[in-house]
Design a protein around this ligand. Structure first.
Ligand code: GLY
Length: 410
């Protein structure tokens, strides 16, 4: 049989088939549906139960800034700027709140050594014109009285914010259902169907298929090993494990109001009193085991930062896999196969980058972007083409290649 021929009777046809029901896939589906496209999301497991479920929900272009990543900063800032409208659209379409708050982040130095490191990052932030400033111990504790008394100082990133990724997932699913989009769950895709060399749909594990004018691969850490992607289109994405602990404090008298972070841990407060303590950064392949050592370290460091942690209820702990790339930039844009778009590799910023990714992918679907096209603006740097072909393709097995100072430190 000619491999270009469609083998199954299509049971459904649509404008865009989005493979992957994490926050990125759902946001793309939402944006496309808003623009009138008929979309189908296909999720092998439960939507939002991968990296999205574990994420702290930090919207922190300033707090997450690292050396040597100007393109990522530009992308992060662009997406942070889109967040208020994105959230308003999702909340209005779903009728569900997503706990989006621009509370700011406080990055704390617990001793003199840590203060030195933090001040180097502050210098970089200020050189780049970002909104951040140094606070001494007194001023830090005035803002966050629960902080450990012995701290050396902190950097306030006042414009950073938070969202609850699980609430955002539920709201997106509700909005998609209300808008008549199809979300198929618990079924994997086995192949991308083609016609005349162009992606024309997906084949599912039960033998059925869905015809689509565009196929979008948004499967997070899985994209680096997805057998249904041709080798040339499989991005060099590797899983970077993150464990988090979930605590519950008093929502009427929260132990902190902002994102709190030290060199080794961050605490992301939710409006309902929960505190997400994250996160480990582990290069262990596709391992999602929650370890006693990992959680012990997170809780110990959280306690050093915010002693009230000791009194909180321990709700549980979980682990997820960030999709890391050799240059820490995501992979967003046309694959080498016409009709196929890739949206993955969001590493530490998947929640933050959802709106800018959704908008860029929807633009590319509308414009019919092909293998030689890339997105406009800051998303251009994320083009999959940077990993295509010969020597320029970074080594996907080598986790240390291109890693930032932050990833090596944590
Ligand atoms: N954005 C925080 C993390 O990836 O742990």
């Amino acid at each position: 049989m000619n491999p270009d021929q469609t083998r199954n009777t299509h049971e459904r046809s649509c404008d865009a088939a989005i493979v992957g029901g994490g926050l990125i896939g759902l946001s793309i589906a939402f944006e496309l549906r808003r623009r009138g496209a008929d979309v189908v999301v296909i999720e092998a497991g439960i939507p939002g139960r991968g990296a999205t479920h574990v994420a702290g929900g930090m919207l922190a272009p300033v707090g997450e800034l690292d050396f040597g990543e100007p393109d990522l900063l530009e992308l992060n800032l662009a997406s942070a700027g889109l967040y208020p409208d994105f959230v308003a659209a999702v909340e209005s379409a779903s009728g569900m709140p997503v706990d989006y708050r621009k509370v700011g982040g406080l990055h704390v130095a617990l001793d003199r050594d840590e203060a030195g490191g933090l001040k180097r990052v502050l210098d970089l932030q200020l050189r780049l014109g970002l909104d951040s400033r140094w606070l001494g111990p007194g001023a830090s504790r005035e803002l966050e009285p629960g902080l450990a008394p012995g701290l050396n100082g902190s950097v306030l990133a006042a414009g950073d914010g938070l969202v609850d990724p699980r609430a955002l997932t539920s709201a997106l699913l509700e909005a998609l259902e209300k808008a008549g989009a199809t979300v198929r769950t618990g079924i994997a895709i086995t192949a991308i169907q083609t016609e005349s060399g162009r992606a024309s749909g997906v084949e599912l594990a039960d033998g059925s298929s869905i015809a689509a004018k565009t196929v979008i691969a948004a499967v997070g850490a899985e994209s680096g090993r997805a057998p249904w992607l041709a080798e040339t289109d499989r991005p060099p994405v590797r899983p970077v494990k993150g464990q988090v602990a979930e605590l519950r404090g008093d929502s009427a008298e929260p132990a902190c109001g902002r994102i709190l972070a030290s060199e080794r841990v961050y605490i992301a407060p939710r409006s309902d009193g929960r505190m997400i303590v994250g996160a480990t950064v582990e290069e262990l392949g596709f391992d999602t085991t929650v370890t006693a050592g990992g959680i012990h370290e997170l809780l110990r460091e959280a306690y050093r930062l915010l002693p009230d942690v000791a009194e909180m209820e321990f709700i549980g702990a979980t682990a997820g896999l960030r999709p890391g790339t050799p240059d820490n930039l995501p992979v967003i844009g046309p694959a080498s196969m016409p009709g196929l778009l890739i949206a993955t590799g969001h590493y530490r910023n998947g929640i933050l980058l959802a709106p800018v990714t959704a908008r860029a992918v929807a633009d590319m679907v509308e414009s019919g972007a092909g293998p030689d096209d890339s997105a406009d603006g800051p998303v251009a740097a994320a083009t999959p083409a940077r990993f295509r072909g010969g020597e320029s393709r970074p080594d996907s097995d080598n986790g240390s290649d291109g890693l930032s100072e932050r990833a090596e430190k944590r």
